[in-house]
Ligand binder design. Structure first.
Ligand SMILES: *[C@@H]1O[C@H](CO)[C@@H](O)[C@H](O)[C@H]1NC(C)=O
Length: 362
């Protein structure tokens, strides 16, 4: 029966290429100590056993403070989740809605994993009083907008692959601790991002890859160190694009339609370490790379670059560069690698840092 159901789903094209999250690994990575619960000495093991049997919601498996209910075909959040729960795993079910009282009273909750369900509605009070919630994963659902009243102390918010096409003004207001905001694989165009959408944030990472952007959004918080905008429809990079992003260290713009990078635009991101501009339509090496003292990785493969100049990558004066390049890729461009003089890469760590020919083909 289950196999049949699976086959049906497959034939409907309904399966999503979703990556399950391993809650236990996550807990280790986040160093989530559940020591508080074990205040009293562990002399009453029987209590733990009772706990499992009686206090665990139906269809779930329970460890102390962890409730695992993934892959159970649940259509709603189970009732009677123990109040001391720190992590709830509800991945890969068929939950359609988060109701007002679904998580009521779970004040200790640290991580809530709702990945790969069918959630299209979240009650505006659903996350009320979740002051300890740090990880909220809502990727692979059917949301069309950012839920209201997100938990105030959340550090990671993931909305990958929903149907979000609009981010309303102040959608994330008050989330002062947010570090990671993943919005990739949503039908988001620049016009869908309202002015002030990211106000109040001091996020470090924002991802809007696989969307419908036609230019670099200029309204992200100035705190960001990493921006992932790969697989969009961005056609050019202009000076005003990066004015706010002085802290940027990693920039993902691969798989766009960029023909042109305006001189002066890269000078706005002097701390950049890594730029991905591969799979675009560049006819020349972006101007200004040679002034980026910390740049170590620049991917330019699969473009239309026909010529590389002596100072395109390295400053003319020695000492102008702080970090040598560890990765430059130029393969799959019209430029003939035998026409490129080795001295062009004089500020790379060595020959192995530079990928020129099409030798990667197998
Ligand atoms: C870009 O601008 C800088 C600073 O104004 C200038 O020195 C440089 O020659 C320009 N590069 C190109 C390719 O126009």
């Amino acid at each position: 029966m289950r196999v049949l159901l699976l086959l049906c789903l497959l034939s409907l094209g309904n399966t999503k290429p979703y990556q399950p999250v391993n809650i236990m690994d996550l807990m280790k990575n986040h160093d989530i100590m559940m020591a508080d619960s074990d205040d009293d000495d562990d002399d009453d093991d029987e209590d733990d056993d009772d706990y499992d049997d009686e206090d665990c919601p139906a269809n779930c498996r329970c460890l102390p403070q962890v409730v695992q209910c993934s892959d159970q075909g649940l259509i709603s959040v189970p009732e009677k989740i123990p109040e001391d729960t720190v992590m709830i795993d509800l991945q890969n079910n068929d939950i359609t809605e988060i109701k007002e009282d679904d998580f009521k009273g779970l004040h200790k909750l640290y991580g809530l994993f709702l990945i790969n369900n069918r959630i299209s509605k979240v009650h505006p009070n659903a996350f009320k009083n979740m002051d300890n919630l740090r990880l909220l994963y809502l990727s692979y659902n059917l949301l069309t907008e950012i839920p209201a009243n997100l938990p105030p102390n959340v550090i990671e918010l993931r909305f990958h692959e929903n149907n979000i096409n609009r981010i309303q003004k102040n959608a994330f207001d008050g989330l002062r601790k947010l570090h990671v905001l993943e919005l990739g694989a949503n039908p988001l165009a620049n016009s869908g991002i309202e002015v002030g959408a990211f106000d109040g944030l001091s996020t470090l990472y924002i991802g809007i890859a696989e969307a419908k952007l036609t230019s670099v959004p200029k309204d992200f918080p100035s705190s960001i160190t990493e921006m992932s905008l790969d697989y969009n429809k961005i056609a050019k990079v202009e000076v005003e694009d990066f004015i706010r992003y002085k802290n940027l260290q990693r920039l993902g713009l691969a798989f766009n339609q960029i023909k042109f990078v305006e001189n002066g635009s890269l000078a706005r991101i002097p701390n950049i370490r890594e730029i991905h501009l591969d799979h675009n339509r560049l006819k020349k090496v972006p101007p200004g790379l040679n002034s980026l003292r910390y740049l170590q990785v620049i991917f330019l493969h699969n473009n239309k670059i026909g010529y590389v100049g002596m100072n395109d990558f390295c400053p003319s004066s020695a000492g102008g560069k702080k970090n040598p390049y560890t990765g430059i890729s130029l393969f799959a461009n019209p430029v003939k690698y035998w026409n490129i003089q080795p001295a062009i890469f004089r500020c790379a760590t060595g020959r192995r840092a530079v990928h020129l020919g099409n030798f990667r083909k197998k």
